[in-house]
Design a protein around this ligand. Structure first.
Ligand code: CO8
Length: 260
């Protein structure tokens, strides 16, 4: 599989752009996550690449988060494989030595928000229809501890506590106000702004910036690594429960009905 994410590397600036292109809503399926990790690893190992912009080719949606179909009615082996892939995506992105900027050009709930939060900087397009946040609680599920840690590291404990308990999906101005996104721009300025931000971060000596990034993120990365297998087991046990399967399928029904 090599078609859900477009990768373009501008060799003159050393900045790559990853464009999510998995209709209808860039949900994070096992195939998507696998392709994401392979693409990221390639860029990470490419000495010509020092910066990364992540954005979407799908109008209105950055990423709808984890693919709910991967969490419904599958085997425990499948749930374990899927969850390992979700962890791998986060480990690679949050731990990336590149400068990473999320150019959030659409809604970005749950796992989509995690991708944005895992970057060094978030720029979101101003649009009254777009929302972003970790809304897991609204689905009757609990954001894993490392989603929470990543969120806390971006916005602080109090803001995270309220937002997570209420499973809030924030409007763009509100996301900006609480520090969930760093900057808000009109759609037509997004690309230009993202390029400028990467250039600003890349102007520093790589080693100093990378060691500082590691210093800021290592504790949270190490904590997840130390509990990785346990976290997979927790996910599998949780998602296999009848009550959880029921609320996830009700949520899917609600998503489908909403349209008509
Ligand atoms: N997974 C699978 N399918 C999805 C998802 C998803 N996350 N989101 C949307 N779809 C489907 C819809 O059902 C719909 O399907 P169909 O065309 O067959 O009816 C299609 O995609 C298009 O969706 P919409 O019509 O809703 O598209 P809109 O442009 O109107 O809205 C949104 C886009 C805003 C992204 C909207 O679809 C939405 O809110 N989706 C749900 C997002 C969500 O709540 N995601 C949470 C996933 S859970 C997660 O990421 C972390 C879980 C951590 C697990 C912890 C357990 C221990």
């Amino acid at each position: 599989s090599n078609n859900k994410i477009l990768v373009e590397l501008d060799t003159s600036s050393g900045v790559a752009t990853m464009k999510f292109k998995s209709p209808p809503v860039n949900s994070l399926s096992l195939d998507f996550l696998t392709e994401f990790c392979i693409s990221l690893e390639k860029l990470e190992n490419d000495r010509a690449c020092r910066g990364l912009i992540i954005t979407s080719t799908i109008p209105r949606v950055f990423s709808s988060g984890l693919d709910i179909m991967e969490m419904c009615g599958k085997s425990t082996e499948h749930y374990a494989e899927f969850w390992r892939a979700v962890q791998e995506m986060w480990l690679r992105l949050y731990g990336s030595s590149m400068v990473t900027v999320a150019a959030v050009n659409g809604s970005s709930p749950a796992g989509g928000c995690l991708i944005a939060l895992s970057c060094d900087y978030r720029i979101m397009v101003e649009n009254p229809k777009y929302v972003i946040g970790l809304n897991e609680a609204q689905l009757g599920i609990v954001a894993p501890f490392w989603f929470k840690d990543t969120f806390v590291n971006a916005v602080g404990h109090r803001v995270a506590e309220r937002s997570l308990q209420l499973g809030l999906l924030h409007s763009v101005p509100e996301a900006h106000r609480i520090g969930l996104v760093d900057e808000v721009v009109p759609e037509e300025k997004l690309q230009e702004k993202a390029v400028a931000v990467v250039a600003q971060w890349l102007a520093l000596p790589d080693h100093a910036r990378q060691l500082t990034k590691t210093m800021m993120r290592k504790a949270v990365l190490d904590h997840m690594l130390a509990h990785r297998e346990e976290d997979i087991q927790n996910f599998v046990n949780f998602i296999s429960k009848d009550s959880i399967q029921k609320s996830l399928s009700m949520y899917m029904e609600m998503l489908k009905k909403k349209k008509s």
